[in-house]
Write a protein that binds this ligand. Structure first.
Ligand SMILES: [Zn+2]
Length: 504
C-alpha cells in the first residue's frame, strides 16, 4: 500500500472495533496461559492504517462540523487515534524497558527470584524483618531502571505535546477528563484532613494487630501487600472458598454470574495463569472475560468483587449503542465506580458474619480492618495526585529529574515509609490516580443513594441490582460527574466519603 486510506467516522469505528477485539483476545490468551508468546505486534502491524496523522486530521475536521452528541463520539475516536499514533512511535522503547524489568532479578536468602515475583512474595512472608529485607532489595533493583523510566517519560511527553498540539500535560489531561484536577485535589485533601484522626486510630490498632509490636514507627511500603491480604487472618479468608462466596455475593444482588452467557468466567487455578484478577471487555456487551486466580487471603475476595463490577457493567451495556459508547471512555473514572461499589460489599460487617461463620463482634472487627485498608489507599492516592500534579506542572523545567515531595507527601498521609527512589515507578500514565479518586467520591455517593433507596441491606438486595442495571445500560457514555447528577449529588461533594472513612 503506497498511501494509507483515510476513513470516514463510521468506517473507522467499525475497523477499530475489529482491532480492539483481536488485541483483547490475544491479551486474554497470553494472560491465562493458553499461549506463551504474545503476538500483539503482528496485530498492531496489520491495523497500522488506523493510526496515522492524516486520520487524526480527518476525525478532527468531522468533529468540528458535527452536532453535540456526534461530536462526543468523534472526539473519543480522535483521542483513540492520537493515542494509537503515540503508542506506535514509542512501542519499541516501551517494550525494551518492560523486557529489561521482566529480566531483572533479586537474590533473597540465597534464592534468585524475578523482580516481578518479589512483590507477590512480600504478601506472604510472615516475618516482619524478612519483608523489610526483601522490600529493600526490590526497591534498589527497581531504582536501577529510573534513568530509562525518565528517558521514556520525556519521549512520551514530547510526542503527546506534538500530536495533541497542547504542550501543557496538566491542561491536556484536564481537557480530556473534562474536570479541573486542582479543584479535585482541593476537595480530596480536605476530605483526607477531615478524617486524619479516625485514620490514626485505625492505623494504630491494625498496625499492632497485623505487623506486631516490634515494628518500626513508620514501617516501609514493603508491608503493604501483606496488609492488604490481611495475611494473619488467612485461615478465615481461604483460597478455596473465594469463588463460591463471591458468586453468592453477586447472586444476592440479582446477578447470576454463572448464567450470564456474555461473561466468560475463567476462575481456575492454573500455574501458567497470571494471578492478578482482570476483566477484558473484548466486545461489550457480547464478549466480556472475567479472569481471576485465588491466592488466599481477603484480597482474593476484594479483587473478585472489584472485577465483577467491571464485568457486569460491560456485559450490561445497551447493545444498540454505537461501539464507541459501549467500549471507549474518556478515562476510567466511570467504570471504577461500579468496581468500587461491588468491592464495598466486603466492608459490610454483615457480609463477614454471613459468609465466614464469625460472631457479630468478630465480623465488626474484621470489617473494620477493611475500612482501615480503604482509608489507607484513599490517603495514598490523594497524596499521589498532589505529588503528580507538582511533578507534571514542573516537567517543562525539571524533565522529571526531581522526586519532589513524593516521599514526604505519601509518608505523611499514610504513616508508611515511601522511598524517594520509587518516584517514577509509582506513577501511572494519564493521572489514573485522579480517576480512582473520582470513583472513591462517586461510589460513596452511590452507596449513600442505595442506603436511602434500598436500605441497610443494599449489599444483599436484588433492588440494588435493578438500580445498577439501569446505570449499566448507559455504557461508557456518561462521565463520572454526570453520574453524580443521576444520584442527586454535586460532583465534588465528599460528604458521603468523609462519613464512610470516619465510620470506625
Ligand atoms: Zn478497576
Amino acid at each position: 500500500m503506497s498511501t494509507t486510506a483515510v476513513r470516514d467516522a463510521a468506517e473507522y469505528e467499525s475497523r477499530l472495533q475489529q482491532y480492539y477485539f483481536e488485541r483483547a483476545e490475544e491479551a486474554r490468551a497470553v494472560r491465562v496461559g493458553e499461549k506463551d508468546v504474545s503476538e500483539q505486534a503482528a496485530i498492531v502491524a496489520s491495523y497500522r492504517d488506523l493510526f496515522t496523522r492524516p486520520q487524526i486530521e480527518a476525525l478532527r475536521e468531522a468533529e468540528a462540523a458535527a452536532d453535540a452528541e456526534e461530536r462526543e463520539r468523534l472526539y473519543r475516536l480522535r483521542k483513540t487515534c492520537e493515542a494509537g499514533v503515540i503508542s506506535a512511535e514509542i512501542a519499541e522503547q516501551e517494550d525494551a524497558l518492560e523486557n529489561a524489568i521482566l529480566g531483572a532479578s533479586v537474590t533473597f536468602h540465597g534464592e534468585d527470584m524475578p523482580l516481578r515475583s518479589a512483590q507477590a512474595r512480600l504478601a506472604v512472608l510472615d516475618a516482619y524483618t524478612d519483608r523489610e529485607e526483601l522490600g529493600e532489595l526490590e526497591r534498589a533493583a527497581s531504582a536501577a531502571f529510573n534513568h530509562d523510566r525518565r528517558t521514556l517519560l520525556e519521549a512520551r511527553e514530547q510526542l503527546e505535546a506534538e500530536v495533541t498540539g497542547d504542550p501543557d500535560p496538566v491542561a491536556r489531561n484536564e481537557e480530556e477528563k473534562a474536570i479541573s484536577l486542582r479543584e479535585l485535589e482541593r476537595v480530596l485533601v480536605a476530605a483526607s484532613d477531615a478524617t486524619t484522626d479516625a485514620f490514626d486510630t485505625l492505623r494504630n490498632t491494625w498496625f499492632e494487630k497485623l505487623l506486631g509490636s516490634k515494628r518500626e514507627a513508620q514501617p516501609s511500603n514493603a508491608h503493604v501487600h501483606y496488609l492488604r491480604r490481611l495475611s494473619p487472618l488467612e485461615s478465615t479468608y481461604t483460597k478455596d472458598a473465594a469463588v463460591d462466596i463471591c458468586l453468592a455475593s453477586t447472586l444476592a444482588l440479582g446477578f447470576d454470574m454463572m448464567a450470564i452467557p456474555n461473561i466468560r468466567l475463567d476462575l481456575e487455578d492454573r500455574p501458567q495463569k497470571n494471578p492478578r484478577a482482570c476483566v477484558i471487555p473484548s466486545n461489550p456487551p457480547e464478549v466480556v472475560h472475567l479472569i481471576t486466580r485465588a491466592q488466599g487471603g481477603l484480597s482474593d475476595y476484594q479483587a473478585f468483587m472489584h472485577e465483577a463490577g467491571h464485568a457486569l457493567h460491560y456485559a450490561g451495556v445497551d447493545p444498540r449503542l454505537p461501539f464507541t459508547f459501549r467500549s471507549i471512555s474518556r478515562d476510567h473514572a466511570l467504570t471504577e465506580i461500579y468496581s468500587y461499589i461491588f468491592e464495598a460489599v466486603t466492608r459490610e460487617p454483615g457480609w463477614h458474619a454471613l459468609h465466614f461463620g464469625l460472631s457479630d463482634a468478630q465480623a465488626e472487627e474484621n470489617a473494620q480492618a477493611t475500612l482501615f485498608l480503604e482509608a489507607l489507599l484513599y490517603r495514598r492516592y490523594t497524596a499521589k495526585l498532589r505529588y503528580e500534579l507538582g511533578f507534571w506542572s514542573a516537567f517543562a523545567e525539571e524533565r522529571g529529574r526531581s522526586e519532589r515531595d513524593y516521599s514526604s507527601a505519601l509518608t505523611t498521609a499514610t504513616g508508611i515509609r515511601y522511598d524517594r527512589r520509587n518516584y517514577l515507578a509509582d506513577m501511572d500514565a494519564g493521572f489514573y490516580s485522579a480517576d480512582y479518586l473520582r470513583a472513591w467520591i462517586r461510589s460513596a455517593q452511590l452507596r449513600t443513594f442505595l442506603l436511602r433507596e434500598v436500605g441497610e441491606d443494599w449489599w444483599r438486595s436484588e433492588a440494588t441490582g435493578d438500580i445498577l442495571r439501569e446505570l449499566f445500560l448507559e455504557g461508557t457514555r456518561p462521565t463520572s460527574e454526570e453520574m453524580a447528577g443521576r444520584l442527586g449529588f454535586d460532583p465534588l461533594d465528599t460528604g458521603p466519603l468523609v462519613e464512610d472513612l470516619s465510620a470506625a
